[in-house]
Every structure is written in structure tokens, then in C-alpha cells.
Write a protein that binds this ligand. Sequence first.
Ligand code: MF3
Ligand code: CO
Length: 251
Amino acid sequence: MIVIKSEQEIELMRQAGRVLDSIFKGLEEIIKPGISTKDIDNYVETICKNNQMIAAEKGYCGYPASACTSVNEEVVHGIPDKKRILREGDIVSVDIVVENKGYMADACRTYGVGKISDEAQHLIDTAKESFFKGLEKCKVGNRLSDISNAIQTKVEGEGFGVIRDFVGHGIGKEMHEDPQIPNYGKPGKGPRLQKGMTLAIEPMICEGSYEIDVLLDDWTAVTVDGGWAAHYENTVVITDGEPELLTLVER
Ligand code: MF3
Ligand code: CO
């Protein structure tokens, strides 16, 4: 069942989304060669606390940290570690859920560490651009898989692959609500979009094959072929007009 949110509920999610946006802007300054992925986690934890909000990933299904930090061939759910030092040329996806009075917002950005290759930059840019192709379909009356198809078309058009094993999702009181939102598929399928739906849309894309493995820590998902991956996510509200992005505030 897809839960439609009231304006009051959306406002709580909006407040969480603004904190998330400020964390991502802060991380642009912090992510440099020589920092560890644990430094990222500590920053996320501190900013949430300072804003009386909760970093909701910690404890979710036993997840041990306040952010997911996935480096290079890691796709999602990389666990922050003080021994994982970022080096010039790496890319790191930082995926965070912020909870405000029981309501959640979820978003992810992939950062380059120092100077990165043109191919890595193209991968990062394509993840973001494919999100915005999906966003164009976020109109009342369109069908859910119109979003999926727009994302897949963009990603494959740039020569990259779409991860199949992880999908976007509804979000609100729960981190993961209905519907599931694959980043691939034929258009014109699934439920029609309605005002008040809150959706976490999150293309996860890779250089090569979309096959993944999960490491022995039971969390970190990596590409089987070692190709690098990028991830871009925002929490979106369907409205009568343009969709609203709760986790991206224009500068
Ligand atoms: N934020 C992730 C998502 O986009 C979920 C992370 S799983 C957790 O859905 F265990 F780390 F919370
Ligand atoms: Co998500």
C-alpha cells in the first residue's frame, strides 16, 4: 500500500531533507585525499545531533553506522571504517537517511576525491542526470515505471549499466515503503502517480556488468567485474505541478 502524506507530514520530511542537503554541502569541503570513511560518518552524526535529528541508518536491520560510504567498485552499503583512507582519484558514494520526529528523508551523492579520471566524472554525472530524467516523469497521472524507463534509457545511452539488485522506494514513517522503484523497465506499468506520494528515487549505475556480490561483512555490495559504481538519490514529493525535491535546496 502506498501511503499518501499530509502537508504536515511532508513538512517534517522537508525539515529532515534540508539537514541532509546541508550535510552534502559540508561534505564537499571535507572529502579530500587522506580522510577516512569514518570521518564522513562522524560528520554526518554530528550534524544530525546538532539539529536534533537522528541518522536513521544506524541500527536499521543491524547496520552499524550513520552513513553508507561506498568506494569505487562498491555499489551501496559500504561500512565506514577509520582504516579506509580515501586516495586521490577515488570516488565515494555517501548515502544517508535523516529522521525528524518519526519522518525520514533519504538521499545520496557520489563525490570525487581530489582529481578524478574523465571516465569516473562521466559515471558520476550520468547517475545524477539519469535521476533528473526520471524526475521529469514525476507528474500526477504518469505511471511508476515511466520513471524507471527514463533512468535506464539515459544510463544505457551513456554506455553504463543499471544495477538490478537494489531499487528506489516510497519513504515516510518507514525508511522503505511501497512502491519499489526499479531503475530499469518498460514504461507505462505500475501504479499511477498521485499527489502526496513521497518517493526516494535512486539510480545506482556501473561501468560494466550490473552483477553484484555482497562482501563477508554482510553489507558491502560490490560489482563482480570490479567496474566502478555511482549513486545519486533524492526524496521527491509528487504534487499537482512540478515535483518537489525535499533533499536538494538550490544555492
Ligand atoms: N539509504 C539506503 C537506501 O537508499 C538504505 C541503507 S540500508 C541501511 O535505501 F541499513 F544502511 F540503512
Ligand atoms: Co533509498
